[in-house]
Design a protein. Structure first.
Length: 276
């Protein structure tokens, strides 16, 4: 059976609620799944506190996706099997959430000054249950109001680094993220290495405490996958992979089960006695 170790819910920038995501994963025939919302574990805690974790018929791995500080690159680090109630983790995520709110308000103000009719309320309405407010939520409002045809267009024109409405936000350092994930009992994995854009940086990160590499990813072609598989073996790292599913028609994959990995990779990461 197939598995998927990278997906998002409404608690960050996904379309489906945690319950809907689990149900959809079951319908897609997944054996293992991991919820890896951006800078939050509220999707997992929602399942747990409502008696939906563990789930029947599918193995759920609790996870998170952190954004790490780097002067020129986008670096994301996945944390699997974390204790979502670990005190230091909770405190740090509260800091990141507060910084995200400050950033989104500054970006909305910039857009307003540039002539775009957009409000904080509209962004919060789009965000729904998410406290992890992101540029994607702002982009979706801009698309809804007809300013851009797609969120990607909104990013490329306004929201990306160096664009008129961009505001940098608080990122943890790579070493701090890795240490935090390990302190919370988890396994730190470097996400979508090709998107970093420089394999020298990827190899450097492999030597800084990372324990896994996301080898299988929708934007990795066969050559990329082979290269990162060899790199994982060379640095004795766990091999993982996932679809980075968000649930929107404009973003591949549009459906769960379209991009999957073999169970053998997920089984090495799964902890059947995981307690939250």
């Amino acid at each position: 059976m197939p598995s998927d170790l990278h997906m998002h819910t409404t608690y960050s920038d996904g379309k489906l609620t945690p319950e809907e995501l689990v149900a959809t994963a079951k319908e897609a025939g997944l054996s293992y799944m991991a919820i890896t919302d951006h800078d939050t574990v509220e999707g997992i805690s929602h399942l747990y506190e409502n008696g939906l974790y563990p789930a029947r018929g599918i193995h759920i791995i609790p996870g998170i996706e952190f954004s790490a500080h780097h002067p020129t690159r986008e670096i994301h680090i996945l944390g699997y099997n974390i204790d979502i109630y670990y005190g230091e983790l909770v405190d740090k995520l509260n800091d990141v959430t507060e910084a995200r709110w400050t950033r989104f308000r500054e970006m909305v103000e910039k857009l307003q000054n540039l002539g775009y009719e957009i409000s904080e309320t509209e962004v919060l309405t789009i965000a729904g249950a998410s406290r992890s407010i992101s540029r994607s939520h702002i982009g979706r409002v801009l698309v809804k109001k007809g300013y851009f045809p797609t969120v990607r267009d909104a990013f490329e024109a306004m929201l990306m680094k160096g664009k008129p409405a961009y505001v940098p936000h608080y990122h943890l350092e790579v070493e701090d993220i890795i240490a935090l994930i390990k302190a919370a009992g988890g396994t730190p994995v470097l996400a979508h290495p090709k998107l970093i854009g420089d394999d020298r940086i990827v190899e450097d990160l492999c030597c800084r405490g990372i324990e896994g590499l996301e080898v299988f990813y929708p934007q990795h072609d066969a050559e990329d996958t082979a290269r990162y598989l060899e790199m994982a073996k060379r640095y004795n790292l766990l091999v993982t992979g996932g679809s980075d599913f968000h649930g929107f028609a404009t973003r591949y994959p549009q459906a769960l089960g379209v991009f999957t990995i073999d169970d053998c990779w997920a089984e090495k990461l799964y902890r059947p006695t995981q307690k939250l």
